[in-house]
Design a binder for this molecule. Structure first.
Ligand code: NI
Length: 167
């Protein structure tokens, strides 16, 4: 079991664009395992590789309360998106901040699983919001960037203060 350090907003590395995975090998499977361990330990319901400074298109999600419904998505692609829903979101890279974000209500996604097998599936509600949130990380976008500039500045000031107090 390996717990990886999670980058904290506004770390510039959170804005890197992740590269496509060419093959799911032992290295990628280890990354998935470590990311899942890190997410469960936090605890959180989703984590993108970007957040652990591994810039590859890999995300892990588990929205269950029992922590036994792990979804590992490699090279996720959004095939369809429809409807709108406001969901209160948080992020392990932005601790203590929860804000409503409007996203598609229903999505259709294609991705590889931890065995490298292709899968296409549909998601709604919280799972859909979570997948969209994590996919944003892979293109360097953090959820607070959907908020007003003023709110973002307040969040950055608060996180910087937390960091200073932790040192
Ligand atoms: Ni996040």
């Amino acid at each position: 079991m390996a717990i990886l350090p999670i980058l904290r907003y506004p770390d510039a590395r959170l804005h890197k664009t992740a590269a496509r995975v060419t093959r799911v090998d032992e290295k990628i499977r280890k990354l998935i395992k470590d990311m899942a361990d890190t997410m469960y330990a936090a605890p959180g319901i989703g984590l993108a590789a970007t957040q652990v400074d591994a810039h590859l298109r890999v995300i892990v999600i588990d929205i269950s309360e029992t922590h036994d419904q792990l979804h590992a998505l490699v090279n996720p692609e959004l095939l369809e998106a429809s409807g709108e829903a406001d969901c209160e979101e948080g992020c392990l890279s932005v601790p203590g901040v929860y804000e409503k974000v409007r996203r598609a209500q229903h999505i259709k996604v294609r991705a590889w699983d931890a065995q490298g097998a292709g899968q296409t599936f549909e998601a709604d509600g919280l799972l859909a919001a979570c997948i969209q949130h994590e996919m944003d990380h892979l293109v360097g976008k953090v959820f607070v960037e959907y908020l007003s500039r003023l709110k973002q500045q307040r969040i950055i000031a608060r996180l910087k203060k937390q960091l200073r107090q932790a040192m």
